[in-house]
Design a protein around this ligand. Structure first.
Ligand SMILES: Cc1ncc(COP(=O)(O)O)c(C=O)c1O
Length: 355
C-alpha cells in the first residue's frame, strides 16, 4: 500500500482542550469542529472531546450527525439556518443557531417551531463579515426576546485581529457599548483570543485551531502555547535520484543542482493536500532529521534533499508535518496558514487513529 498516512492523536486533542480550560477556566467551551473538525474527522474528534460543553459546526447536516451519534450537549450552527425547514429541524433537535441577518430574524418571527430555540445573536463589531450593525443590535435583541419561539439569547461577535498586534480592544469597545444593558451570556473568543485576551473569555469560548495543535498566531508557535499537534502526515521515500551539477528535478526543473545532490522522492503530492506552492526549502523530516523540499510539488509526489542523509533510502520515514515539523512552518513556507493545510488533507489519504 502507498505509505502515506495521516495519524490523528486523540490524546493530543484532549490535551489541547485542557489547554483551553486552563486559559479560560470560567468559560464554557464550544469546540469548533466545522470542516470535518479541521480535517481531523468530525466523529472521532467529537468522541475525543466529549468533555467540551458544546460543538460548533457549519451545516445542519453536521449537527444532525452529532445528535445521531448521541451527543446530547449544546450544538451551534455558526452561520445559522438558510431556510425555514432548517430552522424547524434545528429546533426539533435542540440545535442553537447564530442569527446574523434580517432574513433570519424574519424567519424566526414567522415560523412555527416544535420548541423554542437558542439564539446566538451576532454583532458586526468591526470584522465586517457577519452580524448586525452595532446601532441596530439592541433593538433586535429586544425583538427576539419578545418572541416566545426564542428560548435563550447569547450575545456573540467574532474578532478580525485577535491573532495580530492590533488585538481586540476596538472591537471589544464596540461590542460592550452596543450591548450595554443587555443581560445575556456572551461568546466572543476564538483560539487567539482564548490564548491572548483573557478579557474576552466571557461565558462561552469558541476555540478551533488550537484544539488541533496548530497556532492561530504567526508570531508564536503552537508548542510555545503548550499545544500538541493532533495530526501527523507521514510517508516514505519511494525513489532516490542523484543529480550532478546543472541537473534539475521535477516539473519545470525549478530546482537545479549546483553541486552533487541526492534527491528523495516522497509519496505525497498536492492531490493528497500537500500545498503545491511549498517552495524549495520548505521543511520536511526524513528519518527524524530536518531537511528541505526541492523543486515543484507534483500531484502525487514531492522531492526532498537527502544530500546530508547518507543512510536515507527507499523506505525511509518522512514526516510532512506533525510533532517535528509544525504544520504552521509548512504553511508559512507555502504562503498560507495551518488551518488551510489541515482542512485540505484529501479523502484519499488513509487515516490512522492513536489514543
Ligand atoms: C464564528 C467563529 N468562531 C470561532 C471560530 C474558531 O476560530 P479559530 O479556529 O481561529 O479558533 C471560527 C473559525 O473560523 C468562527 O468562524
Amino acid at each position: 500500500m502507498r505509505p502515506l498516512t495521516a495519524t490523528i492523536d486523540l490524546a493530543a486533542l484532549r490535551h489541547n482542550l485542557e489547554v483551553v480550560r486552563r486559559c479560560a477556566p470560567q468559560a464554557r467551551v464550544m469546540a469548533v469542529v466545522k470542516a470535518n473538525a479541521y480535517g481531523h474527522g468530525l466523529e472521532r474528534t467529537c468522541a475525543a472531546l466529549t468533555t467540551a460543553d458544546g460543538f460548533a459546526v457549519l451545516g445542519l447536516n453536521e449537527a444532525l450527525t452529532l445528535r445521531a451519534l448521541g451527543w446530547a450537549k449544546s450544538i451551534l450552527l455558526l452561520e445559522g439556518v438558510f431556510d425555514t425547514a432548517e430552522l424547524i429541524a434545528a429546533a426539533e433537535h435542540d440545535v442553537a443557531v447564530v442569527v446574523h441577518n434580517d432574513r433570519q430574524v424574519e424567519m424566526l418571527a414567522n415560523v412555527e417551531l416544535p420548541r423554542p430555540i437558542w439564539v446566538f445573536l451576532k454583532m458586526n463589531s468591526g470584522m465586517n463579515r457577519l452580524g448586525f450593525a452595532p446601532p441596530d443590535y439592541k433593538a433586535i435583541a429586544l425583538r427576539l426576546q419578545a418572541l416566545d419561539k426564542v428560548a435563550n439569547i447569547t450575545l456573540m461577535t467574532h474578532f478580525a485581529t485577535a491573532d495580530e498586534t492590533t488585538g481586540i480592544a476596538t472591537q471589544m469597545q464596540v461590542f460592550d457599548a452596543a450591548s450595554a444593558g443587555l443581560d445575556y451570556p456572551r461568546s466572543l473568543a476564538n483560539s487567539a483570543a482564548v490564548l491572548r485576551h483573557a478579557e474576552s473569555h466571557a461565558d462561552w469560548v469558541r476555540p478551533g485551531i488550537m484544539l488541533y495543535g496548530a497556532s492561530p498566531c504567526v508570531d508564536v508557535s503552537a508548542a510555545a502555547f503548550g499545544l500538541r499537534p493532533a495530526m501527523t502526515l507521514r510517508s516514505e521515500i519511494i525513489a532516490v535520484q542523484h543529480l550532478t551539477p546543472g541537473q534539475g528535478v521535477g516539473y519545470g526543473l525549478q530546482f537545479v543542482a549546483d553541486k552533487p545532490i541526492k534527491v528523495g522522492v516522497v509519496a505525497c503530492g498536492y492531490a493528497d493536500g500537500y500545498p503545491r506552492h511549498a517552495p524549495t526549502g520548505t521543511p520536511v523530516a526524513v528519518n527524524g532529521q530536518l531537511t528541505r523540499a526541492l523543486g515543484r510539488v507534483s500531484m502525487d509526489m514531492l522531492c526532498v534533499d537527502l544530500t546530508d542523509l547518507p543512510q536515507a533510502d527507499v523506505g525511509s520515514a518522512v514526516e510532512l508535518w506533525g510533532a517535528q515539523i509544525p504544520v504552521d512552518d509548512v504553511a508559512h513556507a507555502a504562503g498560507t496558514v495551518g488551518y488551510e493545510l489541515l482542512c485540505a488533507v484529501a479523502p484519499r489519504v488513509p487515516v490512522e487513529v492513536i489514543e
